[in-house]
Design a protein around this ligand. Structure first.
Ligand code: F42
Length: 332
């Protein structure tokens, strides 16, 4: 089992560098940096991380093929690969509808756009001149002027078609989920995609990109995850909520609590609306032993990498060290 860690670049570069170096020292093999227009630029931050670390693999988790051209994505990730001495990984997904609306991007044909973007990026990273006449992207003999090196491409996916596409064209898939039920379901689409592309599953990285919260004290860990889980519940598709038996009534209570938090500052109300089932379904939260047990369950569904996503724990520094000391060694 490989371990990764997610960071949102909503902190100063030196703070992000501190946490990623701590994660590297704690045994994490990957760090994935989120990409939304309103946070600090993902590639600027990855440059700092590439210079400040020695072995951790690093990349966007995930960028998207809407707000910049795939040619720019190829150039940016190849630059990170050069600066980091060959440690870059590219995570790319359909992007986030809500943030796109703010910058006037319409979320059209995400599957087609991802497929074409990945094909263009792979062509450019191979060093050859790319001629591509796609439905969305038209490339007329573009070529990078420097060697990119080998860069794995992972696709962020939840829906069945995107999961299948990720297996067909990607080196891995980053799935925003924390529960074995979700991966049992995802496995069908992944296997269909691998079969269609005649690829072996041994080389394909199935990544549980999970909300995680670890602490020696179970209650502290689980309480720290409540706000993140509330957002996940509020944003989850109907199919996922039904899969976990979360009622519309319970979801509406969470949405209402979030609304009150934003309008009246009542964040305590959010904690009350998030149930234990929701925490179990949409996060990996608890003591190190609880987390090890869940990761073992995920491994049985074919997961090969677990990414510790927000909040990581009540105290980020202590939780990163705790994962390094009491969880990662159990899977070496
Ligand atoms: N999004 C961000 O913007 N920034 C991030 O930092 C970020 C991190 C991240 C990490 C892990 C992860 O798994 C996702 C992450 N995301 C992030 C979200 C990501 O960008 C996507 O929004 C997320 O993965 C949801 O995408 P999805 O896999 O569910 O695909 C969407 C588009 C979907 O609805 N898919 C469905 C499906 O079945 O896969 C339907 C697809 C569809 O629209 N089909 C149409 C059709 O007609 O079939 C259109 C067909 C066409 O040509 O596109």
């Amino acid at each position: 089992m490989k371990f990764g860690i997610e960071f949102v670049p909503d902190v100063k570069f030196y703070e992000l560098e501190y946490y990623v170096r701590l994660a590297e020292e704690s045994g994490f093999e990957y760090t994935w940096i989120t990409d939304h227009y309103n946070n600090r630029n993902v590639y600027s931050m990855l440059t700092i991380l590439a210079l400040g670390t020695k072995k951790i693999k690093l990349g966007p988790g995930v960028t998207n093929p809407y707000h910049i051209s795939p040619a720019l994505t190829a150039s940016a990730i190849a630059t990170i690969n050069e600066i980091s001495g060959g440690r870059a990984v590219l995570g790319i997904g359909a992007g986030d509808k809500v943030t796109f609306e703010r910058i006037g991007i319409s979320w059209e044909k995400p599957l087609t756009r991802i497929k074409e973007a990945v094909e263009v990026i792979r062509g450019l990273l191979s060093g050859k001149a790319v001629k591509y006449d796609g439905e969305i992207f038209k490339i007329n003999g573009a070529r990078l002027s420097f060697k990119a090196g080998e860069i794995p491409i992972y696709i962020g996916a939840q829906g069945p078609k995107m999961l299948q596409l990720a297996a067909e064209i990607g080196d891995g898939v980053l799935i925003n989920a924390s529960h074995p039920r979700d991966f049992d379901e995802a496995r069908k689409s992944i296997e269909a995609g691998l079969q269609k592309a005649n690829k072996s599953k041994e080389k394909f990285d199935v990544v549980a990109y999970a909300s995680m919260s670890v602490d020696k004290n179970r209650d502290n860990a689980r309480n720290a995850a409540k706000v993140v889980v509330a957002f996940i519940v509020a944003g989850s598709p109907e199919t996922v909520l039904q899969r976990h038996g979360i009622s519309n009534e319970a979801v509406n209570k969470v949405k209402e609590a979030l609304n009150n938090a934003f309008t009246k500052g009542d964040w305590a109300g959010v904690g009350k609306a998030v149930t234990d089932e929701m925490l179990d379904c949409f996060s990996i939260s608890g003591t190190p032993d609880d987390v090890v047990e869940r990761i073992n369950q995920l491994a049985k569904t074919g997961v090969t990498q677990v990414v510790a996503g927000s909040p990581i724990g009540p105290d980020k520094k202590k939780s990163i060290q705790l994962i390094g000391k009491e969880i990662i060694p159990k899977f070496k």
